[in-house]
Ligand binder design. Structure first.
Ligand code: AVJ
Length: 322
């Protein structure tokens, strides 16, 4: 039998070692020190994130999947037929599968994903399941401008899909910039479907980022292993500890890697010194009220036109328009 050729090709704009090195040096030179959570997602980090989503304390993915399963009929009617779906940070593609299945005649699907192996694996599976939808995968950092491929057939409109409360990984000012970029992507008649983790009992939130099995700690520390491998830094992995605290006043989880003793780390010929107890801020996970989210959307020139929550109001999906 003849070999089956792939019906899609990857647009590969993944961050280069020099992007990663530049960001690392800038972040470690700042006070307080910081590193970007986007670099969590190498092949191993993406696998560890998938394991986090199966931890009992990590309600986020489970609740969003249930919400999608329950309400996707209504959501698909609100979106309408023949859209080009552009997804920011696609991961395993489990939510994508549910969405593409529920929509009426989607025309094309463009995942923008920073992990190359992740986007290749998930596109391969989706292409098999949805042979009539044009697959236009892009490996890129979506916080930078991304030139998007044009579908072969004209869609009626563009739907930006941004699930997972990934928006929460950005400070409010950066979140507004991202939403404004999405508004450009979707155009005047497009829509965006955005998942937001809602503010709730802080003990539930903190438990989700401090699972008993220690998978989240491993995920956070993998950032240092990745930097050592890709830019030749010499972080001692057992010299840093994962710490995730819910800051109520700011409505967000703040995740740090805390230096366990005084130490010096070398990165491309530079030295960075750490005091005992000094933290590198590596991630935010904002938890939203309706007011806070609507305000961010408004600052980006978008309005919330529809929304769905699970029965406990733990997680929400919001439909936005210009
Ligand atoms: C990528 C936004 C879904 O912030 O909850 C999970 C990443 N970090 N545990 C989140 C994450 C630590 C996650 N999202």
């Amino acid at each position: 039998t003849a070999p089956v050729l792939p019906t899609w090709r990857l647009t590969d704009l993944r961050p280069t070692p020099s992007d990663i090195l530049g960001d690392t040096i800038a972040g470690l030179s700042a006070t307080p020190k910081r590193l970007s959570s986007k670099y969590f997602y190498d092949a191993r980090g993406s696998q560890l994130f998938e394991r986090i989503t199966r931890q009992p304390e990590y309600y986020v993915t489970r609740v969003e999947l249930e919400l999608l399963e329950d309400r996707l009929g209504d959501i698909a009617s609100a979106i309408g037929p023949e859209v080009h779906v552009v997804e920011y940070g696609t991961g395993s593609g489990r939510k994508t599968r549910l969405l593409l299945d529920a929509l009426q005649h989607p025309i094309a699907y463009t995942p923008i994903e920073i992990s190359r192996t992740t986007v290749i694996e998930s596109t391969a599976r989706l292409a098999e399941e949805f042979p009539r939808i044009e697959m236009l995968p892009v490996c890129a950092d979506f916080t930078r401008p991304v030139p998007l491929p044009e579908p072969m057939h004209d869609a009626r409109s563009t739907l930006v899909f941004f699930p997972g409360s990934t928006l929460g990984n950005f400070t409010d000012d950066v979140a507004v910039e991202l939403l404004a970029a999405m508004r450009e992507t979707m155009g005047p008649r497009g829509q965006a479907l955005i998942g937001i983790d809602l503010d709730k009992d802080p003990s539930l939130i903190e438990a989700a980022y401090n699972d008993a099995a220690g998978v989240t700690a491993e995920f956070t520390l993998n950032l240092l292993a990745r930097l050592n491998r890709e830019i030749g830094s010499d972080f001692q992995l057992d010299g840093f500890r994962h710490r995730a605290v819910y800051a109520r006043e700011r409505g967000r989880i703040e995740t740090d890697l805390v230096s366990q003793y005084g130490q010096t780390v070398h990165v491309a010929g530079r030295e960075f010194t750490f005091e005992a107890g000094e933290a590198i801020r590596v991630e935010y996970s904002c938890k939203y009220t309706d007011e806070r989210f609507a305000e961010l959307a408004a600052q980006a020139g978008l309005r919330v036109v529809d929304g769905w929550n699970d029965a406990r109001d733990w997680f929400g999906l919001r439909l936005l328009q210009a």
